[in-house]
Ligand binder design. Structure first.
Ligand code: ZN
Length: 202
């Protein structure tokens, strides 16, 4: 997920860049991975649950965080780099000077959600420069497996709530444009097809 073209969002993007330097300086040998652009069959697939935390998964998580901060974005799901495993990364800290908070979630699931809804202008690193309002529960409780091998539970609101739901959707093969009216969705998809043709031509 990429932040929206609002004041809140642009601060989130800027902070992502700052956070990348602060959070990543101690981790060597990370790689920036290519992000798939919609339409791509891998973005429509349901990712597989993770059985155990391995060194390979730790490396994948580091690379995903590096890729997300570099983009810059505030969330990334494994489907977006062509890995069909249930792992997402996010960091929605947006206040300048605030400590970055990189989160890695494996097998994340929403176990409770509010009746109240929140609306954000959403974007996505796999759908560059396209934004649209999406309504989602304003507060969600998420349970996930951490890199420490422990089960975690936390309540999220605001941008964090939107972002974590957006990323979990990716693991189920769902994009934010799937919430839009078909006409709008088709328009965005055609723009992305054109972008991919241009990128392929170099
Ligand atoms: Zn996304």
């Amino acid at each position: 997920m990429l932040a929206a073209p609002t004041v809140i969002a642009s601060r989130a993007i800027a902070c992502g860049v700052i956070a990348s330097k602060a959070a990543m300086s101690y981790v060597p040998h990370m790689s920036i991975l290519p992000i798939l652009i919609h339409p791509d069959p891998r973005l429509k697939k349901v990712a597989e649950p993770i059985e155990a935390v391995t060194d390979k998964l730790r490396k994948l998580a580091d690379d995903m965080l590096e890729t997300m901060y570099d983009a810059p974005g505030i969330g990334l799901a494994a489907n977006q780099i062509g890995v069909l495993q249930r792992i997402i990364v996010l960091d929605c800290v947006k206040e300048e000077g605030e400590e970055p908070r990189p989160l890695v979630m494996m097998n994340p699931e929403v176990i409770a959600e509010s009746d109240d809804v929140g609306v954000y202008d959403e974007g996505c690193l796999s759908i560059p420069e396209q934004y649209a309002e999406v309504e989602r529960p304003a507060v969600v409780t998420v349970r996930w497996l951490g890199l420490d091998g422990q089960t975690h539970e936390e309540e999220f609101d605001g941008l964090w709530a939107t972002c974590v739901q957006h990323e979990i959707d990716h693991l189920d093969g769902k994009l934010f444009i799937d919430y839009l009216r078909p006409l709008k969705r088709q328009m965005i998809t055609r723009k992305m097809q054109k972008l991919k043709r241009e990128l392929a031509r170099g």
